[in-house]
Design a protein around this ligand. Structure first.
Ligand code: KG4
Ligand code: ZN
Length: 352
């Protein structure tokens, strides 16, 4: 029996990502981004993203095959994000994946985008341990999850954000500080020159109880807005706001609350591996602080390389490859997307 060669298609937001994974190994990938087309609107415009996916998907598949040194006939399985994400964007990638699976006569797996984020780490650090705590920090989601075998076990949510996601907070604060879109990378760069203790921004829901592992970032965003208004009231013009200090103090508040809760969850559930994934996991300060705090707590930290944290096709191929190797049944070609799917299982819809 030949090794499976899984091609993954990601199109949930503004990145058209294609990855090719075989037995846990990334053998080729390519990415096209429509982010520059959204910049002037300050956020992703779904129709523009969908049209860009339609233009990019075939050339991106070709580039990923070239990178892997393979041709279409070598692909044995296709996996695609079937939710969550922008509906029109998911439609394009999923329809393309269906066409490919049908034309090649190979099985199709509809997968959960966030399970893909978690699986991305296995491409860098090998199989996950029997039990791990996964902190997902993306543009649309922020959750602490108890994870076993990603391909088989049900995923348990210990806590989710009650309002904005961590990445969304970065994007909104960047807009407020006039730094543009997407906000995460630019805040990370600007914050390098700032003082993280300059402003004491709130860390919400720090207590125990029902919200011990839940997050709330909308109050933090408002606190930054109030601080900007206060500085302007005191006479600061648009060019003399302490943007680096504001960015660094905001970033520190996000990083602090994320790690405080993730480590508390590891301790309470006696789990010794913390995996941090999703776009915000590309943040240098989060990566550095996580390493220091995990070392201190005796917890093994796993964070994929930054290009595997932000949306990409390799992560979708990775979760597809895990499902294939676990012997999971494929979806039918009647599969339809679920743009607001909650992460309980890696495959969508869950097949029982
Ligand atoms: O996982 P992702 O690429 O897409 C979603 O599934 O949402 O995450 C995108 C989010 C955006 O909000 C972006 O601002 C944030 O991740 N992000 C970052 C960094 N790079 C991307 N946030 C902080 N620091 C970064 N370096
Ligand atoms: Zn994502």
């Amino acid at each position: 029996m030949h090794s499976p060669v899984v091609l993954g298609v990601e199109s949930s937001c503004d990145e058209t990502g294609i990855g090719i994974v075989s037995e846990g190994e990334l053998i080729g990938e390519a990415l096209a981004s429509s982010a520059p087309e959204h910049a002037r609107f300050g956020g992703v415009v779904p129709e523009i993203a969908a049209r860009a996916h339609l233009e990019a998907v075939v050339p991106t598949i070709e580039r990923s095959l070239d990178a892997a040194g393979l041709s279409l006939g070598d692909i044995t399985h296709v996996a695609a994000t079937s939710g969550p994400g922008l509906a029109t964007a998911v439609h394009v990638g999923l329809a393309s994946a269906k066409a490919l699976a049908w034309a090649l006569d190979v099985p199709l797996y509809g997968v959960h985008h966030l399970a893909g984020h978690a699986a991305a780490d296995t491409l860098d650090h090998g199989p996950l341990p029997e039990r791990s705590m996964v902190l997902i920090v993306s543009g649309g989601h922020t959750s602490i999850l108890k994870v076993g075998d990603l391909a088989v076990d049900r995923i348990e949510h210990l806590g989710d954000t009650l309002d904005d996601a961590a990445g969304e907070a970065f994007d909104k604060v960047a807009r407020l500080l006039g730094l543009g879109y997407p906000g995460g990378p630019v805040i990370g760069r600007v914050a390098v020159d700032g003082d993280p203790t300059a402003f004491d921004f709130p860390r919400a829901l720090r207590g125990g109880g029902e919200h011990a592992f839940a997050f709330s970032f909308s109050g933090l965003k408002t606190a930054v807005a109030r601080q900007v208004e206060r500085l302007q009231f005191l006479g600061a013009g648009p060019d003399d706001l302490p943007v680096a200090d504001l960015a660094a103090s905001f970033q520190e508040a996000v990083v602090d609350v994320l790690l405080m809760k993730a480590l508390k969850a590891c301790k309470l559930h006696k789990i010794s591996t913390l995996v941090i994934v999703g776009g915000v996991a590309a943040n240098a300060r989060l990566r550095e602080a996580a390493q220091v705090r995990c070392d201190r707590a005796g917890i093994e930290l796993r964070v994929p390389r930054p290009s595997l944290c932000t949306d990409n096709g390799a992560m979708i191929a990775a979760i597809g490859d895990l499902l294939v190797r676990a012997g999971g049944r494929a979806n039918t070609l009647a599969l339809s997307p679920d743009p607001s799917a909650v992460l309980h299982q890696s495959q969508l819809p869950a097949l029982v």
